[in-house]
Design a protein around this ligand. Structure first.
Ligand SMILES: [Zn+2]
Length: 92
């Protein structure tokens, strides 16, 4: 994610090799998602989260500050067990 910050801000990506360097347009909308904890059930009303607070904090700290500050939208589902990803997982 951090590697995408510069191309996202400049709208260009440069690929450099030994003999040449090429710049391409790179306007895109970064979109990402993550579970609230390692097991994915933190905040769920239908399942019990088995993660310790220490593991939850370590997991959430994996996302670097610059990545978070570059994001202008943040949404935390009130019931993660009913998220579209969970429903999809149940079907398969
Ligand atoms: Zn959990």
């Amino acid at each position: 994610m951090a590697m995408l910050r510069q191309p996202h801000e400049s709208g260009r990506v440069t690929i450099s090799r030994d003999q040449a360097s090429v710049t391409y347009p790179a306007k895109f909308l970064p979109l990402s998602a993550m579970n609230p904890c390692p097991c994915g059930y933190l905040g769920a009303t239908t399942h019990y989260c088995t993660c310790s607070p220490k593991h939850v904090q370590a997991y959430q700290n994996k996302v670097s500050g610059p990545v978070c500050s570059g994001s202008n939208r943040y949404h935390s589902p009130s019931n993660p067990s009913e998220s579209p990803a969970r429903k999809e997982r149940r079907r398969s």
